[in-house]
Design a protein around this ligand. Structure first.
Ligand SMILES: NC(=O)c1ccc[n+]([C@@H]2O[C@H](COP(=O)([O-])OP(=O)(O)OC[C@H]3O[C@@H](n4cnc5c(N)ncnc54)[C@H](O)[C@@H]3O)[C@@H](O)[C@H]2O)c1
Length: 252
């Protein structure tokens, strides 16, 4: 088991990539707290992990709230005795549209969910990792932050910030054995995808997206979970500040 005796928090673990990461981490021996705005989703995933013999705790949490982020970290520490791994996966898309069509409230929410959450996770999780003399963060950014494309300007910028924060946190926390890495997934068939397609997921749109991915398919929660597992495991204990594409060659 590659994560035996580790405690992990996965935000947005009630759906999509986060669900894949929570399941994979639990199967490798981690106790996983699943923080999600959608408690029913977190409960469903945690229930399935528990029934399969793993350890999981569903927690209702909005990652933009300082109070709720603290409560999420406290709940994981109380249930499982500490914290080793924090996966900042919860994210908010932008509906594909010209840049002037996004209202201010939506812009603020995109940056709160995708960027402020990383600040809040650091504020509350770093002190717990210091108690264990190490730990790791995995931030789910996007190919959108590396190769921005029209129609997703504000989302692209938020994921660019995730990438820079990952590198900046990594270099500052490295002497304390706290590693910080990011994953840049290409489009995946999760509930979020239709927003990137402008609100409707048509076969024509899907074919257009896939045609830009050299390996010729969408990313899956398993692809993202496998890469996250490597970053979280001790096999990666010299790897920090890396922002790795999981994109079938999209960013080449
Ligand atoms: N699906 C894609 O094509 C794609 C591509 C690149 C990157 N990403 C990124 O991957 C991550 C996961 O996305 P997904 O595709 O699995 O989406 P998803 O919609 O399947 O799941 C997102 C989860 O996050 C939760 N969430 C949303 N806002 C939250 C908040 N404020 N607090 C707590 N939980 C919240 C939702 O309830 C949901 O369970 C996101 O950061 C996204 O930006 C997705």
């Amino acid at each position: 088991m590659r994560l035996a005796n580790k405690v992990a928090i996965v935000t947005g673990g009630g759906s999509g990539f986060g669900e894949g990461i929570a399941r994979r981490f639990a199967a490798e021996g981690a106790a996983v707290a699943i923080g999600d705005l959608n408690l029913a989703g977190a409960e469903r995933v945690a229930g399935e992990i528990t029934r399969a013999g793993g350890k999981a705790l569903p927690v209702a949490a909005d990652v933009t709230s300082n109070k709720q982020m603290k409560a999420l970290v406290d709940a994981a520490v109380k249930a499982f005795g500490g914290l080793d791994i924090f996966v900042n996966n919860a994210g908010m898309p932008q509906r594909n549209a010209p840049l002037l069509n996004t209202d201010e409230e939506t812009f603020d929410r995109i940056f709160a969910v995708n960027v402020k959450s990383i600040y809040l996770s650091a504020i509350h999780a770093v002190p717990e990792m210091r108690k264990r003399k190490g730990g790791c963060f995995i931030n789910i950014a996007s190919t959108a932050g590396v190769r921005p494309r029209p129609g997703l300007v504000w989302y692209n910028g938020s994921k660019g910030a995730v990438i820079t924060l990952t590198k900046a946190m990594a270099v500052e926390l490295a002497p304390e054995q706290i590693r910080v890495n990011a994953l840049n997934p290409v489009a995946g068939l999760t509930p979020m995808l239709k927003e990137f397609m402008g609100g409707e997921e048509t076969e024509e749109m899907k074919a257009k997206f896939v045609s830009t991915i050299p390996i010729g398919r969408f990313s899956t929660p398993q692809d993202i979970a496998n890469a996250a597992l490597y970053f979280a495991s001790d096999e990666a204990n010299f790897i920090t500040g890396v922002c790795m594409e999981v994109d079938g060659g999209r960013c080449i």
